[in-house]
Design a protein around this ligand. Structure first.
Ligand code: NI
Length: 198
Protein backbone atom coordinates (compact mmCIF):
# COMPACT_ATOMS: atom_id res chain seq x y z
CA UNK A 1 0.00 0.00 0.00
CA UNK A 2 1.08 3.55 -0.65
CA UNK A 3 1.26 5.90 2.30
CA UNK A 4 0.57 9.55 1.75
CA UNK A 5 2.84 11.97 3.64
CA UNK A 6 -0.17 12.79 5.85
CA UNK A 7 -0.19 9.22 7.12
CA UNK A 8 3.13 9.84 8.89
CA UNK A 9 1.85 12.81 10.86
CA UNK A 10 0.63 10.78 13.88
CA UNK A 11 4.03 9.01 14.10
CA UNK A 12 5.94 12.27 13.90
CA UNK A 13 3.72 13.78 16.58
CA UNK A 14 4.31 10.79 18.86
CA UNK A 15 8.09 11.07 18.34
CA UNK A 16 8.00 14.80 19.08
CA UNK A 17 6.06 14.19 22.29
CA UNK A 18 8.57 11.55 23.44
CA UNK A 19 11.48 13.88 22.68
CA UNK A 20 9.80 16.75 24.51
CA UNK A 21 9.23 14.48 27.51
CA UNK A 22 12.92 13.54 27.64
CA UNK A 23 14.02 17.17 27.37
CA UNK A 24 11.54 18.23 30.04
CA UNK A 25 12.94 15.67 32.50
CA UNK A 26 16.52 16.56 31.70
CA UNK A 27 16.01 20.29 32.27
CA UNK A 28 16.58 21.64 35.78
CA UNK A 29 13.17 22.11 37.38
CA UNK A 30 13.91 25.54 38.81
CA UNK A 31 16.53 28.18 38.21
CA UNK A 32 19.34 28.23 40.74
CA UNK A 33 18.91 30.71 43.55
CA UNK A 34 22.55 31.50 44.14
CA UNK A 35 22.79 29.46 47.32
CA UNK A 36 21.10 32.20 49.32
CA UNK A 37 18.44 29.99 50.81
CA UNK A 38 18.70 26.50 52.19
CA UNK A 39 15.09 25.33 52.66
CA UNK A 40 14.88 23.93 49.16
CA UNK A 41 12.07 26.26 48.20
CA UNK A 42 12.73 27.46 44.70
CA UNK A 43 11.40 30.20 42.50
CA UNK A 44 9.09 31.96 44.93
CA UNK A 45 7.95 35.35 43.72
CA UNK A 46 7.93 36.78 40.26
CA UNK A 47 6.23 39.42 38.22
CA UNK A 48 2.93 40.89 39.39
CA UNK A 49 0.81 43.81 38.30
CA UNK A 50 -1.51 45.09 41.02
CA UNK A 51 -2.93 48.36 42.32
CA UNK A 52 -1.87 49.96 45.60
CA UNK A 53 -4.04 51.64 48.24
CA UNK A 54 -3.71 54.96 46.41
CA UNK A 55 -4.93 53.49 43.14
CA UNK A 56 -1.47 53.44 41.52
CA UNK A 57 -0.46 50.44 39.44
CA UNK A 58 2.54 48.68 41.00
CA UNK A 59 4.65 46.00 39.36
CA UNK A 60 7.29 43.77 40.92
CA UNK A 61 10.00 45.63 38.98
CA UNK A 62 9.03 48.95 40.60
CA UNK A 63 10.52 47.71 43.88
CA UNK A 64 13.98 46.71 42.58
CA UNK A 65 16.72 48.01 44.83
CA UNK A 66 14.69 47.53 48.00
CA UNK A 67 13.91 44.50 50.12
CA UNK A 68 10.26 43.44 50.18
CA UNK A 69 8.56 41.90 53.17
CA UNK A 70 5.49 40.32 51.60
CA UNK A 71 2.41 38.98 53.32
CA UNK A 72 -0.82 37.76 51.72
CA UNK A 73 -4.04 38.11 53.68
CA UNK A 74 -7.24 40.15 53.77
CA UNK A 75 -8.52 43.09 55.73
CA UNK A 76 -11.58 41.30 57.14
CA UNK A 77 -9.34 38.65 58.72
CA UNK A 78 -10.24 38.45 62.41
CA UNK A 79 -6.86 37.65 63.94
CA UNK A 80 -4.08 36.05 61.91
CA UNK A 81 -3.52 38.93 59.50
CA UNK A 82 -3.56 41.73 62.09
CA UNK A 83 -1.06 39.77 64.19
CA UNK A 84 1.25 39.28 61.22
CA UNK A 85 1.01 42.90 60.09
CA UNK A 86 1.61 44.18 63.62
CA UNK A 87 4.70 41.96 63.90
CA UNK A 88 6.00 43.28 60.57
CA UNK A 89 5.40 46.90 61.60
CA UNK A 90 6.97 46.42 65.03
CA UNK A 91 9.97 44.55 63.62
CA UNK A 92 10.66 47.39 61.19
CA UNK A 93 10.39 49.91 64.03
CA UNK A 94 13.23 48.03 65.74
CA UNK A 95 15.54 48.13 62.70
CA UNK A 96 17.76 51.14 62.00
CA UNK A 97 17.94 50.14 58.32
CA UNK A 98 14.19 49.69 58.01
CA UNK A 99 13.90 52.17 55.16
CA UNK A 100 15.56 49.54 52.95
CA UNK A 101 12.54 47.26 53.45
CA UNK A 102 9.07 47.82 52.00
CA UNK A 103 6.37 45.89 53.84
CA UNK A 104 3.74 44.73 51.36
CA UNK A 105 0.27 43.42 52.13
CA UNK A 106 -1.34 41.63 49.17
CA UNK A 107 -5.03 40.90 49.57
CA UNK A 108 -6.47 37.48 48.76
CA UNK A 109 -9.96 39.03 48.93
CA UNK A 110 -9.97 41.54 46.07
CA UNK A 111 -13.77 41.53 45.91
CA UNK A 112 -13.94 43.35 49.26
CA UNK A 113 -10.44 44.82 49.56
CA UNK A 114 -10.61 47.79 47.21
CA UNK A 115 -7.74 50.30 47.34
CA UNK A 116 -9.88 52.47 49.63
CA UNK A 117 -10.58 49.62 52.06
CA UNK A 118 -6.88 48.68 52.10
CA UNK A 119 -5.86 52.26 52.76
CA UNK A 120 -8.13 52.58 55.79
CA UNK A 121 -7.04 49.17 57.06
CA UNK A 122 -3.30 49.70 56.69
CA UNK A 123 -3.40 53.07 58.45
CA UNK A 124 -3.62 51.07 61.68
CA UNK A 125 -0.16 49.60 61.00
CA UNK A 126 1.76 52.77 60.35
CA UNK A 127 2.74 54.64 57.20
CA UNK A 128 5.21 52.13 55.71
CA UNK A 129 2.87 49.54 54.21
CA UNK A 130 2.09 49.16 50.54
CA UNK A 131 -1.29 47.44 50.15
CA UNK A 132 -1.93 45.65 46.88
CA UNK A 133 -5.16 44.54 45.27
CA UNK A 134 -6.42 44.05 41.74
CA UNK A 135 -8.83 42.02 39.70
CA UNK A 136 -9.43 38.43 40.76
CA UNK A 137 -7.13 37.05 38.05
CA UNK A 138 -4.19 39.33 38.85
CA UNK A 139 -4.42 38.54 42.54
CA UNK A 140 -4.59 34.81 41.77
CA UNK A 141 -1.47 35.11 39.60
CA UNK A 142 0.45 36.92 42.35
CA UNK A 143 -0.62 34.34 44.94
CA UNK A 144 0.42 31.53 42.63
CA UNK A 145 3.84 33.10 42.15
CA UNK A 146 4.32 33.17 45.93
CA UNK A 147 2.84 29.68 46.42
CA UNK A 148 0.12 31.17 48.55
CA UNK A 149 -3.03 29.12 49.02
CA UNK A 150 -6.39 30.75 49.68
CA UNK A 151 -10.01 29.78 49.50
CA UNK A 152 -13.37 31.37 50.19
CA UNK A 153 -15.02 29.90 53.24
CA UNK A 154 -18.78 30.60 53.60
CA UNK A 155 -19.86 31.57 57.10
CA UNK A 156 -22.93 30.12 58.81
CA UNK A 157 -24.48 33.54 59.38
CA UNK A 158 -23.87 34.66 55.78
CA UNK A 159 -20.88 36.28 54.17
CA UNK A 160 -17.53 34.58 54.00
CA UNK A 161 -14.06 34.35 55.42
CA UNK A 162 -10.90 33.51 53.48
CA UNK A 163 -8.77 30.55 54.44
CA UNK A 164 -5.22 31.44 53.51
CA UNK A 165 -1.61 30.48 54.10
CA UNK A 166 0.16 32.76 56.51
CA UNK A 167 3.79 33.24 55.58
CA UNK A 168 5.97 36.35 55.53
CA UNK A 169 8.36 36.39 52.58
CA UNK A 170 11.57 38.37 52.38
CA UNK A 171 12.56 39.22 48.82
CA UNK A 172 15.94 40.72 47.95
CA UNK A 173 16.65 44.00 46.14
CA UNK A 174 17.05 41.95 42.93
CA UNK A 175 13.52 40.59 43.37
CA UNK A 176 14.65 37.13 44.36
CA UNK A 177 13.39 35.11 47.28
CA UNK A 178 15.66 35.28 50.34
CA UNK A 179 13.74 33.77 53.25
CA UNK A 180 10.34 33.16 54.70
CA UNK A 181 9.00 33.27 58.22
CA UNK A 182 5.94 31.83 59.85
CA UNK A 183 3.59 34.73 60.49
CA UNK A 184 3.47 33.85 64.19
CA UNK A 185 7.21 34.58 64.51
CA UNK A 186 6.74 37.70 66.65
CA UNK A 187 8.37 41.07 66.15
CA UNK A 188 11.63 40.47 68.07
CA UNK A 189 12.47 37.25 66.24
CA UNK A 190 11.48 38.81 62.93
CA UNK A 191 13.64 41.88 63.57
CA UNK A 192 16.62 39.64 64.43
CA UNK A 193 16.11 37.52 61.32
CA UNK A 194 15.86 40.60 59.11
CA UNK A 195 18.91 42.22 60.65
CA UNK A 196 21.00 39.25 59.44
CA UNK A 197 19.74 39.72 55.88
CA UNK A 198 20.32 43.45 55.50
NI1 NI B 1 -5.76 36.35 57.69
Amino acid sequence: MIRTPQAFVPYLLALAMIAAGILWRAAPLEPRLGGIQSEGIAAIGGPFSLVDQNGTRRRAGDFRGRFLLVYFGYSFCPDVCPTALAAMADALDKLPKAQRIVPVFVTVDPERDSPRVLKAYLNAFGPRFVGLTGDVKSVAAAARAYRVFYRKHPLAGGGYAMDHSSVIYLMGPDGRYLAHYDASIGSDALANALRKQL
